[in-house]
Design a protein around this ligand. Sequence first.
Ligand code: FE
Length: 225
Amino acid sequence: MTNRRPLIAVAGMALAALLSGCSGSTAPVEAVAPTPEVATVKAEPSPTPTAVASAVESEGTDASATEAGDCRGTLVEQTEGPYYTPGAPDRTDLADASTVGIPLTLTGRVLDASCVPVAGAVLDFWQADGAGVYDNSGFDLRGTQVTKADGTYLLRTVIPGLYPSRTEHIHVKVTGADGVVHTTQLYFPDVPQNDSDGIFSDAMLVTVTDQSDDSMAATFDFVLP
Ligand code: FE
């Protein structure tokens, strides 16, 4: 197993992004804020009426899970960007047979600051498809879910594509038991564009557990502040 993305896949996704409407109303440029780690505002105006910048906002059993008291760094707050749509449906499967992109299964847990799993945390995911295109008129590749009693979540989606100025990323809002909403983004290792993306944070890299040309499995634990 390797975590390294096959070069042909990355190249193909980049080409697809260039060819598929990263310009125009469906996938306008998501401007990069100048300060990577404190990127709380994007300069770009909302591209569509639906791109609302709204403020709405046990123990694991799988082998990759960490035990309480032994979890990685705290979630890094990141910009919401211009493409969030509130009210996404409650579902764990964001992709279907028509979705453009390589299937991705993402698992993990939501943990509190003491690394104790948080049951009932709300995860609200949204992302571009494999060609770098957001659905800003509907809820394709958007969905909310609630963590189980052991703090776990499961997301079935696709690896997001590149679009101008941004590396591969998945947006998510995590609401803990205290009702506080934490907005961040997840990234993927060994993507060349990580180095040139001003919002990218290596603290928010998923851990790839299985990868082929046809699919990826990855994990990430959200540790709330
Ligand atoms: Fe984005």
